[in-house]
Ligand binder design. Sequence first.
Ligand code: SF4
Ligand code: SF4
Length: 294
Amino acid sequence: MATEAQDWLSNLIRDFVLTSPLNSLRREPDEKAWDEPLVGFSSGADPLYKDFKDAVGEDHWTPLEAFSLKFPGTVVRPENLTVISWILPHRQTTKDDTSKENFYPSLRWVQARFPGEEFNNSLRRYVVEELNKKGILSVVPLHLPEWSWGKSVKYVYSSKWSERHAAYASGLGTFGLCDGLITNKGKAHRAGSVIANIAVPATARPYADHRAYCLFFFDKSCTACGKRCPVGAVTEKGHDKLKCWDHAGGTCARYVKENFGFDGYGCGLCQTGVPCASGIPRKILQHLEKAQAG
Ligand code: SF4
Ligand code: SF4
């Protein structure tokens, strides 16, 4: 059963997404960028955050490290920190448009990234402001001046804080073959998080491993995201981040400038027109239901 703090924060985030005029693709006529969000919580003391750091490297932050960068004079125990994580699902029109493409992104997809991510930033700031009104200190890890992403020997690219990993720790989904996070509302989304000095009960993680919702890792019955990728960046060996970024951040950025007339990038083909685009694949849901009943 949800607690008062879980309800308060979930409603705060959901109402902002549903009612804020900033949730906009800035098209004529206006259209929302994002559907109703998913919200989850994980403890600052969750051992997963230490596991992420061990896997990625010394530069990757635990919740306590990120919080302490913002509030160096505040002594806080990790168990009194909560990572508030959310998923902003793409709208069906954006997914429909993008699923028709076979090389470049759709205009709606890029608009959901630019200016859609500006809305995600507004939501991050809004959550901090509302917590602040109640005297609760909090930080947006991605807004810390020390946050960066860059080359990694082990993972090609890595960052000091990962929104998708925070969402995984907060019970919101697991990773697919293409590295996207498959949630109850699918893999076509953006994620956000805030770390707050409040002990909110963690959301249960209804999965035993980080690949539980992907059909490829379930029974090898799907490689649809690989088939959708126009540059062969997703294979049975996984996601080639270099090839992906070369396309999404290079070729597609040039296409966006020339054809849509603004600076932006993105691809999204592997997140649309696939069985996990809008939810956990049916076969896996049936398996989970059977396991629960049995
Ligand atoms: S499209 Fe298929 S293989 Fe790719 S992440 Fe989704 S379920 Fe996994
Ligand atoms: S986002 Fe990357 S991996 Fe996915 S389809 Fe585009 S280039 Fe391929």
